[in-house]
Design a protein around this ligand. Structure first.
Ligand code: CTP
Length: 410
């Protein structure tokens, strides 16, 4: 039974640092253990202010280590043994301070000393958690860029109410997401290594005047999940996004746009270098023919007519100018006749795959964390995926695309 667990026999070093989110590390530790991992916990002295070592001792059945000079074994050196004997290192939560130390190579406690001794071939993941201002500070962002460029993977912090009651980015990513990232890395899913992926995400905004626009309810969550998952699986990712409330996953190349025309221009500029393109953006189909340069005034007795003209179809423009062997997938947001509409879009836009979802549902589609999609293939095959997190949906879509690409090239 234990042998069938996904992390059976894998040794994980879990570093816990001094953030209020440290209590969530107990859940992470327990979840990894239940998946079969053998977890060793190293805490910083500051983490002890938030959670006691007995919790991790009980969850892992291993001694929890804090001090550099506390050597439990006489024949081995603890920090080298811990760092070099594990299959993966996870720091969760990771404070701004530990991120700065990692960037600078500072080793002034057991955890940071271990982190410096981790071999390059061992996956190193961090899940930052801190106040929004600290996360967005140029120093933290520069330190993040440094460690990501050296191969550290970041499970990006989320948006929400923080312990300090601020609302913003900096909240520890969902435990689910962190555990999924660990599983993906340990199961060596790197089927996108050497592949460049372009993803469009979010809504577009079409201005009416300097203060008003036409847009839609897209949150960008599905496109950002695809970007995070492709990155995790080794792709070089370019995310071209309309305005959303999301933070781009650390490590993706990011182009922010507002209108459909800007998104088209950015896509045409970069598409030539990309192997896989996924159009997850909810592009506004129309824009006003001529946006007013000044704020339009309200006139009580007059109705207002706006003349709308069609926006370019971005994904169709990309399939029309595609390079050979480029794989192009689109989404189909539907409220009715899902299969018929998705098949029509597959043909009319010249796509290799259409991912349809019913956006009239409350648990799938716009602005929720779950999705239930169906894959429509040019040979008429239809593949229904279960209701699952957008990250898991992204993983399944990317696996299907990878399989389709390899069957075309064989
Ligand atoms: N799309 C695009 N450019 C547009 C409209 C849509 O690239 N101007 C892409 C979307 O990113 C998605 C696919 O086309 O991958 C289908 O988008 P959807 O909004 O479902 O369909 P539309 O083509 O806009 O058709 P309709 O609104 O009539 O359903």
């Amino acid at each position: 039974m234990a042998g069938s667990l996904p992390l059976h026999g894998r040794r994980v070093l879990l570093g816990v640092t001094g953030s209020i989110a440290a209590y969530k590390a107990a859940d992470i530790c327990s979840r990894l253990g239940k998946l079969g991992a053998d977890v060793y916990v190293v805490m910083t002295p500051e983490a002890l202010q938030f959670i006691g070592p007995a919790t991790f001792r009980a969850l892992t059945t291993h001694p929890v280590m804090v001090n550099l000079f506390e050597e439990p074994l006489t024949d081995r050196i603890a920090h080298i043994d811990l760092a070099q004997g594990c299959d993966l290192v996870l720091v969760a939560p990771a404070t701004a301070n530990v991120i700065a130390k990692m960037a600078m190579g500072i080793a002034d406690d057991l955890l940071t000393t271990c982190l410096l001794a981790v071999p390059d071939s061992t996956p190193l993941l961090i899940a930052p958690a801190m106040n929004t201002a600290m996360w967005q500070h140029a120093a933290t962002q520069t330190n993040m860029a440094t460690i990501v460029s050296r191969g550290t993977e970041c499970v990006s912090p989320g948006y929400g109410v923080l312990a300090c009651k601020d609302v913003g980015y900096g909240k520890l990513a969902d435990v689910d997401e962190i555990v999924t990232a660990v599983c993906a890395r340990l199961n060596h899913v790197s089927d996108y290594k050497g592949i460049r992926v372009l993803i469009t995400a979010g809504p577009t905004r079409e201005p009416l005047d300097p203060v008003r626009y036409i847009s839609n309810r897209s949150s960008g969550k599905m496109g950002y999940a695809l970007a995070a998952e492709a990155l995790r699986r080794g792709a070089s990712v370019l995310l071209i996004s309309g305005p959303t409330a999301l933070v781009p996953p650390v490590g993706v190349e990011f182009v922010a746009v507002q209108t459909a025309e800007q998104m088209l221009a950015a896509c045409l500029l970069h598409a030539g270098t990309c192997d896989v393109i996924v159009g997850a953006a909810a592009v506004a189909d129309y824009r006003v023919e001529k946006a007013s340069g000044t704020k339009m005034k309200r006139h009580e007795d007059e109705s207002l007519s706006l003349r709308l003209i069609p926006n370019p179809d971005i994904i169709a423009a990309l399939t029309a100018t595609r390079s050979p062997r480029q794989f192009i997938a689109g989404f189909a947001a539907e409220t009715d006749h899902v299969v018929e509409n998705a098949s029509r879009k597959l043909r009319s836009k010249g796509l290799d795959l259409v991912v349809s979802n019913d956006v009239s549902r409350t648990d799938a589609g716009f602005d929720v964390d779950t999705n239930e999609v169906t894959l429509h293939w040019p040979d008429g095959t239809i593949q229904e995926l279960p209701l699952q997190s957008k990250l898991a949906t992204a993983g399944a879509i990317l696996s299907s695309i990878a399989a389709a690409r390899s069957s075309i090239s064989n």
